[in-house]
Design a protein around this ligand. Structure first.
Ligand SMILES: [Cu+2]
Length: 172
């Protein structure tokens, strides 16, 4: 009986088009911090099963004063990063990988240490109005997928970085 009751609701659902909730986030991870670090990175696989490209335009996290979407680039043989102004496009029927050494989330002004094993909420905002609340797991750098040391070496360029691991380069 309930099957018949359900049918009208399905028929009334709007056709899949711009705005269909098609984003899912997997393997959300945050790099654990050490000592007085107040900056860290976040990574995830964002899958778009919809028929339209979607752009990740903003990130919120209650454990950081500021959250940004970053990209990395080489300058004079040194890897640096900067905010990605246009956001990250997740193509239709495809995915975007946020990973060490590539596009990533950057959390600045951490309210506390990021301890391995802890779970933290991140909110991802997309240009079509979708908002996705993500549970991210804090992992030690060695456990984060990909290269383990991209955020701990030289060449990063955060104006408000106070951690010893984030070496400042002005004037970049
Ligand atoms: Cu960054």
């Amino acid at each position: 009986m309930w099957v018949f009751a359900l049918l009208p609701a399905i028929l009334l659902a709007p056709p899949a088009a711009a705005g269909d909730a098609a984003i899912s986030v997997h393997q959300a991870e945050i790099r654990a911090t050490a000592g007085a670090m107040t900056v860290t990175g976040g990574y995830a696989r964002i899958v778009n099963s919809g028929h339209a490209d979607v752009t990740l335009v903003r990130v919120d996290a209650d454990f950081a004063a500021k959250a940004e979407i970053h990209t990395m680039f080489a300058e004079d043989g040194v890897m640096k990063m900067r905010p990605l102004e246009g956001g990250i496009v997740i193509p239709a029927h495809s995915e975007a990988l946020l990973k060490p050494g590539g596009n990533h989330l950057m959390f600045m002004g951490l309210t506390g240490a990021m301890k391995p094993g802890a779970m933290q909420h991140i909110t991802l905002h997309f240009d079509d109005g979708q908002t996705v609340l993500v549970m991210a797991k804090v992992k030690s750098p060695a456990d984060i997928g990909g290269t383990a040391h991209d955020h701990s070496g030289t060449g990063h360029n955060h104006s408000d970085a106070s951690g010893e691991a984030m070496k400042m380069r002005s004037g970049g």
